[in-house]
Write a protein that binds this ligand. Sequence first.
Ligand code: FES
Ligand code: FES
Length: 225
Amino acid sequence: MADDCRAAGGCDTHHHEERPQESNLLSKVAQTKASRRAFIKGVIASGAAMGASGYLFRAGEAQAQARVPGAVERLVSLKVNGQTRRVDVLPHETLANTLRYKLGLTGTKLACDRGECGACTVMANDSTIYSCTTLTHAVADREITTIEGIAKNGQLHPVQKAFIEEIGPQCGFCTPGQVISAVALLKANPKPTVEEARRAMSGNLCRCGSYQQYLAGVMRASKEI
Ligand code: FES
Ligand code: FES
């Protein structure tokens, strides 16, 4: 009976429980949108998103890597994001492991760990490389750029802004690698065709299927550069 009254707009006879008002629901939707935008900005700027279980698993894997019998660390000076970072590196250590677990640059993601997905993409002297299949010692003489080094003086790179505008990231896990590939492309070819951009981004897989949004972001950024 009470529901019938409510459907008819309420009455003075029955006690009607408070239900979430439409305005409350709308404000919740607005909050969700705002927090999603904040999430995307975090991902874009520093690659802050991560799959927690994968992250912990990989940390254990990195420790296991350190237990290879007879392996001895050697001190190297790495140039990362414009800074010289001195770090002890094993002979068989990958750049992804050095960046993430020794230098704390966790914006670079590890997913397949076998050169297939592009999540770990970084730049070495402006060329993109998969850091999961690159030995750290092999690039000790190169300038490494990770997602943490893309924004300058608190200002997002045009690619980062364009990815936000086009709502490229969904879960955000692949985003740091996508940003790096797009930035490297536009350095080498500031005005790519759509087909050139598609080919340049083809080494970065996205499980969420945001390929069109990322591509649109690259083309939008190319107009700003
Ligand atoms: S984690 Fe390096 S290519 Fe997938
Ligand atoms: S945004 Fe989720 S994997 Fe690309």
